[in-house]
Ligand binder design. Structure first.
Ligand code: UD1
Ligand code: CA
Length: 452
């Protein structure tokens, strides 16, 4: 089969510099959603995307996806004209499925149903709408499809028809050259309407079969940011439903955002307001508190994430306790039973089993052993303004509060650093190291008094 995705339209109502089909839904261009659905129909299909407005941006976004062929529609003269541009890339001996780049939530099962219904002739995906305004109406006579009439060309009687054209259809490719070549643009919009091929098919006695979409959202087109937000919510609700069906406790399915892949073990609980993007894996029994933002993160079983955490590119072991207000940056690797507390930032560091960084600290470019305790306000000074250096903290070390570790530096096994230390040389195993001014008391010192 040929699968042609029409994506050349300008999308003026988006009022955006970004071409309409690149507008993101769940972090991914609408067009990419459509392409992914198309791919699920089988790998032996030809995938052709018609680009025009913002063609360079669209092509460059998909430049590494080599199964896509781009056809260019230099001027947007209508959907029929758009499909005509794709014809040279189509296999004439196979049917052509037309998809729209701005209808992102179409289901693969619905497309399969349509392909079967078409029976190798014309297949039209329609939907019944309470408010059909704006859509092409399906005109039938004695039950059989006669034509599609666009809203702007419809009579009052036709406007009352609730069955509308979703824009998605299956067409016999070998007839398309003739049908599309003979299209006229004598209509309200002065465009070459793809929808006019239906009347042609009927005229030539080619059967026009229809399939009905299961619900309006899957065939809804996006023309503005309001419709984009509406479909985003529909998409997210569906994601939440899938998670719940898989056994995840989603505290409020209307307050979760999954913008990528979220893989959950058994008995995972997700509180409100969380955003997951990239690939996030949560092990059995993981609890994620309210308002956490997680991107490309793996979290081991029974770990608890308290509210307001921001993690990206991190891996966390089992039975850890993170947050509230913790930040894990790329390359943070936390072993089992680690504790990371409020206002702690960890980057490119390994935190060993059972180690604790509970308050107000920055740990960057560090290799930390097991059972280390980091006092409040500890900072690894990893950057001299030009180069970055690593800090090593061995097992069972105890770092006093308000300590600066000036890398490269090593704190030995079981070593203790006194509070307030600025460590510039290695601290030996098992000893107490302190680097700070000695405390003294000035006997009999008097505070100055105001002169009269
Ligand atoms: C189209 C259908 C209408 C249907 C509706 C469903 C026609 C004439 N009308 O109307 O019956 O109810 O979709 O959403 O087909 N495009 C191009 N090149 C063009 C024009 C459009 O590539 O020259 C692309 C757009 O990028 C878009 C799609 O085709 O992805 C649909 O175009 P749009 O202008 O939105 O058509 P509608 O007026 O919505
Ligand atoms: Ca549209």
């Amino acid at each position: 089969m040929n699968i042609v995705i029409l994506a050349a339209g300008m999308g003026k109502r988006m009022r955006s510099r970004l071409p309409k089909v690149l507008q993101p839904l769940a972090d991914k261009p609408m067009l990419e959603h459509v392409i992914e659905k198309a791919r699920l129909l089988g790998s032996d299909n030809r995938l052709i995307v018609v680009v025009g407005h913002g063609a360079e941006a669209v092509k460059s976004y998909f430049h590494d996806q080599s199964d896509i062929t781009f056809a260019t529609q230099a001027e947007q003269l209508g959907t029929g004209h758009a499909l005509l541009q794709a014809l040279p890339y189509c296999d004439n001996s196979k049917s052509t499925l037309v998809l729209l780049g701005d209808v992102p939530l179409i289901r693969t099962e619905t497309l399969q149903k349509l392909i079967v219904a078409s029976g190798g002739n014309v297949g039209l995906l329609t939907v019944l709408l309470d408010n059909p305004t704006g859509y092409g109406r399906i005109v039938r006579k004695n039950g059989a499809v006669e034509a599609i009439v666009e809203e702007k060309d419809a009579s009052a009687e036709q406007k009352a028809i609730r069955e509308v054209n979703t824009g998605i259809m299956v067409l016999p490719t070998e007839r398309l050259e003739k049908w599309l070549g003979e299209l006229g643009n004598q209509n309200a919009q002065g465009e070459y309407y793809l929808t006019d091929v239906i009347a042609r098919a009927v005229g030539e006695g080619v059967p026009v079969n229809t399939a009905l979409a299961s619900e309006a959202t899957e065939v809804e087109g996006v023309n503005n940011k309001i419709q984009l937000a509406t479909l985003e919510r529909a998409y997210q609700l569906e994601k939440a439903r899938q998670l719940m069906a898989g056994g995840v406790t989603v505290i409020d399915p209307s307050r979760i955002d999954v913008r990528g892949e979220l893989i959950c073990g058994k008995d995972v609980t997700i509180d409100v307001g969380c955003v997951f993007s990239g690939r996030v894996v949560l092990g059995d029994g993981v609890r994620v508190g309210a308002y956490c933002v997680l991107k490309d993160v793996e979290i081991g079983s029974e770990t608890e994430v308290l509210p307001f955490c921001h993690f990206e590119g991190a891996a966390v072991g089992e039975q850890a306790r993170l947050g509230p207000f913790s930040r894990l940056r790329p390359g943070a690797t936390l072993a089992n039973q680690t504790h990371i507390g409020n206002f702690v930032e960890i980057k490119k560091s390994v935190i060993g089993e059972g180690s604790k960084v509970n308050h107000l600290s920055y740990i960057g470019d560090t290799d930390m052993g097991a059972r280390v305790n980091i006092g409040a306000g500890t900072i690894t000074c990893n950057y001299d303004g030009v180069n970055k250096f690593r800090t090593t903290i061995m097992d069972d070390a105890f770092i006093g509060s308000d300590t600066q570790l000036v890398a490269p530096v090593t704190v030995g096994r079981g070593a203790t650093l006194g509070a307030g230390t600025t460590l510039t040389k290695d601290a030996p195993d098992g000893e107490l190291t302190i680097a700070r001014a000695r405390q003294m008391t000035v006997k009999g010192w008097k505070r100055p008094v105001k002169k009269k």
